[in-house]
Write a protein that binds this ligand. Structure first.
Ligand code: FES
Length: 153
């Protein structure tokens, strides 16, 4: 726990903190951040015109429904960059997973039922750093674009 003043003359308030990877300290909500599945819904991902035959809305609903029971979060984002590998999903580690060495993992061509099921099962098991990914899901791991960052909304 670290003390952090909340204003002039204010009492010191105990804020949970834990050591994060790279020597940085995670404070408050960041110290408790759950595994987060970031689903790209930009110009190509989730677009029936580019990938007909998949129920993209259902995929997002399924992930969101599983998140409430599985203890992970689901967010959407604008285009992440590698549109030629749409649908792109990034599985971000929880705070504990990051401390254990887990890093954001990019999954490409994430459209069918099996892939969606594997992503949600991995996230529910703890995600990067805490649980091994399904072997078949590993085949869909892609490298993030240079300088790629996940913006969530
Ligand atoms: S729209 Fe998803 S990577 Fe471009």
């Amino acid at each position: 726990m670290a003390d952090r003043p909340t204003g002039r003359g204010a009492e010191r308030v105990a804020v949970p903190s834990q050591r994060a990877a790279g020597g940085r300290t995670a404070i408050g909500a960041a110290a408790r951040r759950p595994c987060t599945v970031v689903v790209c819904r930009g110009c190509c991902c989730g677009v029936a015109r580019k990938h007909p035959g998949f129920d993209h809305a259902w995929q997002l609903e399924r992930l969101r429904a599983a998140a409430s029971d599985g203890g992970f979060e689901v967010r959407t984002t604008d285009c992440l960059g590698p549109c030629d590998r749409a649908n792109v999903v990034v599985v971000q580690p929880s705070a504990d997973g990051r401390r254990a060495g887990g890093r954001a993992t990019w999954v490409g061509f994430a459209m069918d039922d099996d892939c969606t099921q594997e992503i949600l099962a991995w996230a529910a098991a703890g995600g990067p750093g805490l649980a091994a990914p399904p072997a078949t899901l590993e085949l869909q791991f892609i490298s993030p674009p240079r300088g790629g960052r996940v913006r969530r909304r």
